[in-house]
Design a protein around this ligand. Sequence first.
Ligand code: HEC
Ligand code: HEC
Length: 296
Amino acid sequence: MMSTGWNWFVIIVTLANILACWWLIVWATKNKANESKEGDVTGHVWDEDLQELNNPLPRWWLYLFYFTIIFGLGYLALYPGLGNFKGLLSWTGVSQYNEEAREVHEAQKALFAPLAKLSTEELIKNEQALLTGSRLFAANCAACHGSDARGARGFPNLTDDDWLYAGDYDSLVTTITYGRTGVMPAWQSALNDDGVQEVTAFVRQLSGQQADPQLAAKGEARYNMYCVACHGPGGEGNPAMGAPNLANNIWLYGGSEAAIAHSISVGRMGNMPAQKDFLTEERIRLIAAYVSSLAK
Ligand code: HEC
Ligand code: HEC
């Protein structure tokens, strides 16, 4: 919305311009064109015999000019353009967008409706559902999990059978709908440098990697004190809180000594954003069906 002063300024300048165009064309046709006839010359001559003609403006050109003026006035009457005047059609970009979005939504409803009727067992086997799910995945999930769903550092691979939480269809629906946050506390102040080094050696040993056995033995005692509650006695992890399996040599943040020591000393907090505000329940079902078909 413009202030009243600007509103009138815009209206007056716009209309004055159109009126000036009208006046110009009327003036040009009355005074000049009527006096001159086809073939009249202006008296200007170049290169001995090249003369400038003073023909009247062609009719079609004049009509075109009148037409643009009438078109302009008609447009300003129907659509917004004159200051704060909304136009007789009350058209706005937002209302057009909403209308088009509604049409797209209706069209998609027709696509999703037959799939929405399927039971979970039917859905995870339905080719059309999996195809639609893969497209929805590409649009909504691939930015973080990769277009092949293999993830990246900090973003879990969804195609292996190793899950932080769980990979069955219902758990996937929960993960996608409400999101997940894995909270791994920072241990630097409790363990100090030595302690972090020892427990790192133990985690390396647990996962079948090379580690100093003496350091690992000391680390085991600390592991049983501080880590076992979440990661389990054998390092098998805990899906209830998304604590990763530390024994299978599949890593969310990396399995090198440096990466493990970093996870332990400063902690980790991976966040899977909730999708319930962006995706309808039908869509979440289709994506969950697609993801559950990936891990084989
Ligand atoms: C309160 C539960 C909890 C405790 C206690 C805990 N962790 Fe974790 N840990 C987690 C969670 C949850 C994650 C996953 C973090 C994420 O998703 O970002 C994790 C991640 C890790 C990772 C990274 C794994 C990967 O795949 O990259 C390592 C290594 C790790 N923890 C080691 C330890 C060690 C060693 C201790 C004991 C000193 C410990 N954790 C104590 C919950 C815990
Ligand atoms: C902004 C980045 C981001 C987007 C977008 C995102 N995710 Fe995630 N997702 C994550 C992160 C990070 C985690 C790990 C959470 C943790 O560490 O606890 C995760 C975890 C998951 C998990 C749990 C994996 C396991 O091992 O249990 C699933 C399943 C999942 N995401 C599916 C999806 C799907 C499907 C979509 C699209 C609808 C999606 N994600 C969109 C970042 C994202």
